[in-house]
Design a protein. Structure first.
Length: 614
């Protein structure tokens, strides 16, 4: 980052390389006010091709000399940049130069004295010829009593962009401003001070290894500029200091082909099928942007393009699988391709599937026919389902729902059939058999139901039938009040045998809720025992669910539905049989159905007709 600036700075700019625009002028930057500070421009980002390779060499000498020789411990790659920071004592004026065995040209990019015999010089060799390991870089200068020298190697540097330098005695050093012409510039800073005390660089700078003696210190650092604008080499110092900044432009990135991307929508359908090929997600991040797109739809038709637009449409008249290809060409003539497939197929009928649960049991047998596994993979999806339960009853449907319920009253083997029809009118059927029988005496049939008269605002449902007052019913239960209201789960035990059943007790478990309210009962031949609430809602399985409860969050209807399976325990003459309510009739399918699905404040009828458990 940039620190406070005092005085004026003349920024010299030199632009090298054929890729740079000709005719740019040197810029003069004036920053006034001792308290003003420069900072990196807002929203700056560094996308530079410049990278730091590493410290190549360093030398510190307290002997009087006119040259400094540093041997490079490793080879230097061609086209890299070598940046030298030199601090000299007693050589306040005169020529400073550098040379190496490869004949690279070193220039003095900034030269700053502190007025007391010390001098800070920044030299550079750009686009160097390779140097072998062990080669010596020689820096020549007027007679100096002490010299400090660092050599750092960078890749991706193109040309000098601007410089600035200053000296002072304040606790904060600042080179003054150098204005960069583009983001990604390398900012190379050097700070020399005639004191052994430490120094530190401002935020944003990456300090490099410094050289320190008994009375002097040389500290180089670098930063990659996030945007064009003014920058300075700044930080804190001890004693008299000199600060220099040299900004270098980055080499342009190498030319690369574009990256093609293609989507085709729709990717399948019936003939004639019109599709749109879209290559707008294609990219080219270098200096030669995408110029044209050419589309081949793979069916022998004429190609579309080359064109500037990134999309094209086409109609396939025939069936088949076709490979669509886009060729993306940039302004430099480099190309890239991408492909996507399109399948055009004739319409096919749906594939019907049917399950009926339960597939057997004693009459009356309540079943659910489920055709939800039916499929149609083409563009004309399933539209309706029609159910025929095969016992002479009226068909159910056609309807959009894939399930239907039915109760078989008579014994026999029945064939339930679903007819599935797609939106083009094509059909398919599937069947499943159901066996209904009366069990031999003595035997029982157990049913679950739900009787609701509290919630009748919408979606009225059939009530369990038979009920209190029906013929052949032993009824144990009480309405809520004199109004006759009900909101209760219900169990029915039908005596299918040839003798009265005595000593019948029933309990129900719904998760952790245990219901044992009805004592010991007898069921005459051919009659049924119906067990419901014996006090206000004291057998309400719906209330065991959080989803749908009154005043609760409506989203619970999809996130908190329970899968708790109620279990009915029937004991006859000391023998207990357990019946699982797998369809969750007693706890209304794991949600308080008065509120699920959410109906905006109305409360739904929760009633469920008798369905046999066993």
């Amino acid at each position: 980052m940039l620190g406070a600036i005092t005085g004026e700075s003349l920024i010299e700019r030199r632009f090298w390389g054929s890729w740079r625009r000709l005719g740019l002028l040197a810029a003069l930057v004036f920053v006034a006010g001792a308290s003003q500070s420069l900072s990196e421009p807002p929203n700056a980002t560094s996308a530079s091709t410049i990278s730091y390779v590493g410290r190549l060499a360093a030398l510190k000498s307290s002997n009087t000399s006119t040259t400094a020789n540093v041997a490079v411990p490793r080879a230097v790659s061609g086209a890299h940049a070598l940046l030298i920071a030199a601090m000299l004592n007693g050589a306040a004026s005169g020529v400073v130069s550098a040379r190496d065995p490869a004949g690279n040209v070193y220039t003095v990019d900034r030269d700053q004295a502190d007025g007391s015999g010390n001098r800070l010089v920044v030299l550079s060799a750009l686009n160097v010829k390779p140097l072998a390991s062990g080669a010596a870089i020689t820096v020549t200068f007027p007679t100096a009593a002490a010299s400090y020298l660092t050599v750092d190697e960078f890749a991706g540097v193109a040309a000098l962009d601007g410089t600035a330098s200053a000296s002072g005695t304040a606790k904060a050093f600042n080179s003054g401003a150098a204005t960069t012409s583009q983001p990604g510039d390398l900012l190379f800073g050097a700070e020399g001070q005639s004191a052994a005390g430490g120094s530190s660089w401002s935020s944003g700078w990456t300090p490099l290894t410094s050289l320190a003696g008994s009375a002097r210190r040389l500290s180089p650092a670098f930063e990659i500029a996030g945007a064009a604008g003014p920058y300075s080499a700044a930080g804190t110092a001890s004693g008299t200091w000199m600060a220099a900044l040299a900004a270098y432009t980055a080499a342009p990135p190498p030319e690369a082909p574009p990256s093609a991307a293609l989507t085709v929508k729709p990717s399948s359908g019936l003939p004639p099928l019109t599709v749109t090929a879209d290559a707008s997600a294609s990219t080219d991040v270098d200096a030669t942007p995408i110029a044209t797109y050419t589309f081949d739809f793979g069916d022998g038709s004429a190609v579309v393009g080359p064109q500037a637009g990134a999309t094209a449409t086409h109609t396939y008249p025939n069936t088949g699988t076709f490979n669509v290809t886009v060729t993306v060409t940039d302004s430099g003539g480099l190309v890239s391709t991408a492909s996507a497939s399109v399948t055009v197929s004739a319409d096919a009928p749906p594939v019907a599937k049917l399950t009926v649960t339960p597939s057997s049991g004693a009459a009356p047998l309540a079943v659910t026919a489920d055709a939800s596994a039916s499929t149609d993979t083409d563009a004309t999806k399933i539209a309706t389902y029609s159910f025929d339960f095969g016992d002479g009853s009226a068909p159910v449907g056609p309807q959009s729902g894939a399930t239907a319920t039915h109760t078989y009253s008579n014994t026999g083997t029945f064939t339930a059939t679903v007819t599935v029809t797609d939106s083009a009118g094509l059909t398919s059927t599937a069947s499943s058999t159901v066996t209904v029988s009366f069990t031999s005496s003595p035997s029982i049939s157990v049913f679950a139901g739900y009787y609701d008269t509290h919630h009748d605002d919408s979606h009225l449902q059939p009530k369990p039938d038979p009920w209190s007052g029906s013929a052949g019913v032993v009824f144990v239960g009480k309405p809520d009040s004199s109004s006759g209201g009900w909101d209760t789960s219900a169990v029915m035990i039908a005596n299918r045998g040839s003798a009265t059943l005595s000593g019948v007790t029933v309990t129900v478990d719904i998760g952790s809720n245990h219901y044992a309210r009805w004592g010991t009962q007898s069921i005459p031949v051919g009659q049924s025992l119906i067990l419901t609430q014996t006090a206000f809602e004291n057998f309400d399985g719906s209330d065991t669910n959080t989803a749908g409860c009154y005043g609760c969050d409506p989203t619970l209807c999809t996130t908190a539905v329970l899968t708790t399976i109620p279990v009915v325990h029937v004991t006859v003459n000391g023998v207990t049989t357990n019946y699982s309510d797998s369809r969750q009739i007693l706890n209304t399918q794991g949600a308080d159905k008065a509120g699920c699905p959410d109906t905006g404040g109305t409360r739904n009828d929760e009633s469920e007709n008798w369905q046999q458990l066993g």
